[in-house]
Design a protein around this ligand. Structure first.
Ligand code: HEC
Length: 144
């Protein structure tokens, strides 16, 4: 009797481990392209599929010198939006970028890391921890 019970326990544990592994691997494969997918759904409509921007209305992200110069402010720029004149690669823009309150800290991290490394950009990556800390500056960290 005891043997049957422990066999059942072992099987259950094995099943739980397998299920856990399946969930984890799905999570990781999903994560790999999260930045790119978020960019397509949240940013491309304004900044362009290739980060090229739109005339004097939407600043470019591809080749933008703003990314390097204002690196520490980028998490809050995405969280709270941006308005007022800014200079991007020598061109002044004075439009309004909306806030993104619905993104988690980790989504903002993946998004920024995608932007830093897409279209020939070569910015250093952010860690989630760094982004959460930078988001404190605008009370914008959701701790996730
Ligand atoms: C509704 C249009 C719109 C959307 C959507 C939008 N932006 Fe912007 N973004 C702007 C505008 C306009 C500015 C410049 C604001 C100003 O003139 O002060 C800007 C500025 C920026 C800048 C700083 C300037 C530069 O070009 O380097 C970054 C970085 C940026 N946006 C990233 C993003 C990311 C990432 C997303 C997606 C989460 C996003 N934006 C979504 C319109 C938008």
């Amino acid at each position: 009797m005891a043997a049957v019970v422990s066999l059942q326990l072992m099987l259950r544990t094995a099943a739980a481990l397998l299920a856990g592994a399946a969930v984890l691997s799905a999570c990781f494969t999903d994560r790999q392209n999260e930045g790119q997918r978020l960019y397509a759904s949240h940013c491309a409509s304004c900044h362009g599929e290739q980060g090229e921007g739109l005339r004097r209305l939407m600043p470019p992200l591809a080749g933008s010198d703003y990314l390097g110069k204002h690196r520490a402010e980028l998490p809050c720029l995405i969280r709270r939006g941006q308005k007022g004149p800014i200079v991007v690669s020598g061109v002044t823009y004075d439009q309004v970028m909306p806030a993104h309150e619905d993104l988690t800290d980790s989504q903002i991290t993946n998004l920024l890391n995608y932007v830093h490394n897409a279209w020939g950009n070569q910015g250093p990556k952010h860690t989630i921890r760094e982004v959460s800390q930078l988001l404190e500056a605008c009370q914008g960290s959701d701790g996730r």
